[in-house]
Design a protein around this ligand. Structure first.
Ligand code: SAH
Length: 252
């Protein structure tokens, strides 16, 4: 039997936002690997073996998945959203780069998913309609200095910012510090979106301004999106407002 390894993005939550390609790979896998709560979102084949792990063991998990594929198993590694955005695909390639040469000959595919920033943008309008970037606020894998340098650079450059990993119990102050920094660089009226558990039953979306943004509205399941001076709000009488960033900007 020839094994394979699919690195799959499960999407933001709602099954309707998971690609058929990912669903098919999950059903065909003999082994499912990933962070426990993500694996819980996968039906998979009834006989599939499940290998849940802690969120911080990415490289070990990657090597384990590659070892199983090398042994002929059909392995699906799962990530939420897209597998390549702050997720397992990079860990797999890091393991391949530094691992046994046989791993380079394995059948390895990355199957994309809808990343949280796209799910959130779609729920509120088109905030990512012009130039934007994604930044993880976690300082587990990089220093806080790098986070603030990048935030200042992209805010000054006029990019919409999708902030992943804004807050956790182990990282309680970083989001407040990020808002403090951005308030010095952007207008107080800049739109800020807090979207928690987008596309899931417990979804919560809150639109506010940079002046009013309260870090307490974010947890591990929240994506925070910060607009630019160009980002617009369309009020509606009977529904939540739309937020969009125009496609063009006048040469100032
Ligand atoms: N690979 C994932 C991101 C993993 S990092 C993706 O492409 O979406 C985990 C962070 O993603 C969370 O802290 C949160 O900021 C964001 N996130 C994941 N799913 C989300 C959802 N349904 N709603 C809002 N944010 C989400």
């Amino acid at each position: 039997m020839s094994g394979w390894l699919c690195i799959t993005g499960l999407g933001p939550g709602d099954l309707a936002q998971r690609t058929p390609e990912v669903t098919a790979a999950l059903a065909a896998a003999t082994d499912l690997v990933g962070y426990g709560p993500y694996l819980a979102r996968v039906a998979g084949h009834p006989d599939a073996r499940r290998h849940p792990s802690d969120n911080r063991e990415e490289l070990d998990r990657a090597r384990h998945a590659l070892t199983m594929a090398e042994a002929g198993q059909r392995v699906a590694v799962v990530s939420s959203g897209d597998a390549g955005v702050f997720a397992m695909a990079s860990a797999i390639f890091e393991a391949i780069e530094h691992g046994p040469s046989a791993w380079r000959s394995l059948d390895i595919r990355v199957l994309p998913g809808i990343s949280a920033m796209f799910a959130v943008a779609a729920r509120i309008g088109a905030p990512l309609g012009h130039d934007f970037c994604a930044i993880s606020l976690s300082d587990n894998l990089k220093s806080w200095d790098i986070v603030t340098t990048r935030l200042a650079a992209v805010a000054t450059a006029g990019l919409v910012i999708a902030l992943y990993n804004p807050q956790s119990r182990a990282r309680p102050w970083q989001l407040g510090a990020a808002f403090e920094l951005l308030r010095q660089l952007l207008p107080a009226t800049t739109p800020v979106i807090f979207a928690t558990a987008a596309s899931r039953p417990e979804e919560q979306i809150r639109l506010t301004t940079l002046a009013e943004a309260d870090p307490a509205w974010a947890d591990m399941r929240t994506l925070v999106m910060i607009g630019t001076a160009a980002t617009r709000i369309i009020a509606r009488p009977d529904a939540a407002p739309f937020v969009y960033t125009p496609r063009g900007m006048s040469a100032a």
